[in-house]
Design a protein around this ligand. Structure first.
Ligand code: ADP
Length: 386
């Protein structure tokens, strides 16, 4: 009897398609029902899992972006239809293929290796070099990564058009402004002191000078924004550059009797673009001079540190309230517009600094206390040093 029931059970488990357990007797009946319940539970769990996976896939297919799930080693686990369309993946042929074999770009490889995924990466599409794709990697589940790819060609084109427009307008305004300045100077020489005409010419002169400085700043900003990545062939003699900036700062601060001190490490030169480095350093130094009241002190440091070349400008001037600090590098942001106007400021200086530093893989660090002074600093990484 027991042998018969055992055979029945064996046959049901291995050969039968029926989900209903065979009829048994006494304790065998109990075992049959137990196995049947276990199977039912597993079936339900599998169904639930399948529905979660299908919901995930449906959700990913509905996204307007390409989605790829891969193991942190690189093996592709799954991708949606847009990934096949935008990245040229073939599914299911590419399942298990290493993602770096399909997106063959050294920058993508470095990005994955860095494990620092805070910033997205813009790269040309692997199947159409005219398209720019934004790659965003995120850690996902255990030991997995999710890659979201978006076509940003039109945004980048729009950005470039905006930059070109600003560059053209500022370039075209420069010549008429220079002509105006020349005539104003001649009129100034011909007018008599104390007359209404002379006062009007002085105002004209001040305003055209402001316009010229604004146009120059706009031209510098669009030039830096549009510049390709730093050419590591050119050597920049930073100590010599800082000597020139020091002379200019001393001349600028003379009227206010500022104590300006430069502590420069000789021989600390680097590779890169002189114009961009000059813009970054000079803007910070001139700001310190402009926003420090009479008799104040400005100190500038350029020295080697563990992480690279350290540049710092400290002043004991007005200082900046904490709520403004995060916004300072935005274009045209000024804490006090009238105060900035008095110093000839346009609100573009720190935006220029930020962009120039981004080309050196560096960031501006700002520390300030209202009424006590400010400290603006950055580090140029060792890879740029000679
Ligand atoms: P601006 O041309 O107005 O100086 P910036 O972009 O260079 O524009 O600076 C933005 C604002 O940051 C300035 O308007 C000023 O209010 C503030 N700022 C910059 N540097 C200093 C400093 N060293 N001390 C106090 N405030 C500063």
């Amino acid at each position: 009897m027991a042998l018969l029931l055992f055979k029945k059970l064996n046959n049901w488990l291995w050969n039968s398609k029926s989900t209903v357990s065979p009829a048994g007797k006494s304790e065998w009946e109990h075992v049959f029902v137990g196995i049947h319940n276990l199977q039912q539970r597993n079936r339900k769990r599998r169904k639930k899992l399948a529905s979660v996976i299908s919901r995930f896939r449906e959700g990913s297919e509905a996204l307007p972006d390409a989605v790829v799930v891969f193991h942190k080693r690189g093996d592709i686990i799954w991708c949606n239809r847009l990934a096949q369309f935008q990245l040229g993946f073939k599914w299911p042929d590419d399942s298990g293929e290493n993602i770096t074999n399909l997106i063959r770009n050294p920058l993508f490889f470095e990005h994955l290796k860095s494990q620092d995924y805070d910033q997205p990466l813009d790269l040309p599409s692997p199947i159409n070099l005219d398209k720019i794709l934004e790659f965003r990697v995120m850690p996902y589940a255990k030991n997995q990564r999710i890659l979201i790819v978006r076509d940003v060609t039109s945004y980048r084109q729009l950005d470039e058009q905006r930059r070109q427009f600003v560059a053209n307008v500022s370039h075209e305004s420069r010549t008429p402004l220079t002509v105006l300045q020349g005539y104003i100077e001649i009129l100034g020489m011909q007018s008599q002191e104390g007359t209404r005409q002379q006062k009007a010419i002085t105002v004209l002169d001040e305003q055209t000078t402001r316009m010229c400085s604004l146009v120059d700043q706009l031209m510098t900003l669009s030039k830096i924004e549009g510049a390709p990545s730093i050419d590591l062939e050119d050597e920049v003699n930073a100590p010599a550059l800082l000597k020139q900036i020091e002379n200019e700062a001393q001349a600028l601060g003379q009227k206010k009797q500022l104590h300006i001190k430069f502590a420069i490490e000789e021989g600390l030169t680097l590779l890169g673009d002189e114009m961009q480095l000059r813009s970054a350093m000079a803007n910070l130094v001139y700001n310190a001079v402009n926003y420090t009241p009479n008799g104040g002190a400005v100190k500038v440091i350029w020295r080697r540190s563990n992480a690279g070349a350290y540049f710092c400008v400290m002043d004991n001037g007005d200082g900046i309230a904490p709520e403004h600090i995060l916004h300072l590098t935005e274009r045209f942001y000024r804490v006090d517009a009238s105060r900035s106007r008095d110093t000839g400021g346009s609100g573009l200086g720190l935006a220029i600094v930020k962009h120039a530093l981004s080309h050196y893989d560096s960031e501006l660090n700002i520390e300030s206390n209202l009424g006590e002074g400010s400290q603006f600093s950055f580090i140029i990484p060792n890879s740029y040093l000679l």
